[in-house]
Design a protein around this ligand. Sequence first.
Ligand code: HEC
Length: 101
Amino acid sequence: MKKIASAICVSGVLAFCAGAVQAADDVGGRNLAAACAACHGTNGHAVPGMAAMAGMDKTYIVKVMQEFKTGKRPATLMHQIAKGYSDDQIALIADYYSKQK
Ligand code: HEC
């Protein structure tokens, strides 16, 4: 009985690993973008009235985030959020959202 249980366990872990490898190419941007999902919606599909980021132009997202960071673009809270990300991280997030349908 114990042998069967550990066999199931091992195959379960392998299946999980295979899935993780498949998603690895965009996992950096996706993980970072998860912090935006609370307001901008899962995968950038926001509720009406909120900026939907899915399919948004990559250079536009980077530009806006930089403007929030420097205070050039007025915001209620995005200026604070934008300051928490490096340029590299913003590029990853922008890349991720621009690829969402
Ligand atoms: C707490 C809610 C919240 C979170 C979390 C959040 N945003 Fe925002 N976002 C807003 C609000 C509100 C605005 C409108 C501008 C403002 O008032 O700050 C906005 C505007 C934007 C815009 C401008 C859209 C446009 O076309 O004008 C972009 C781009 C953006 N957010 C990106 C992000 C990214 C990237 C993240 C994650 C790193 C993020 N936001 C996380 C609330 C949020």
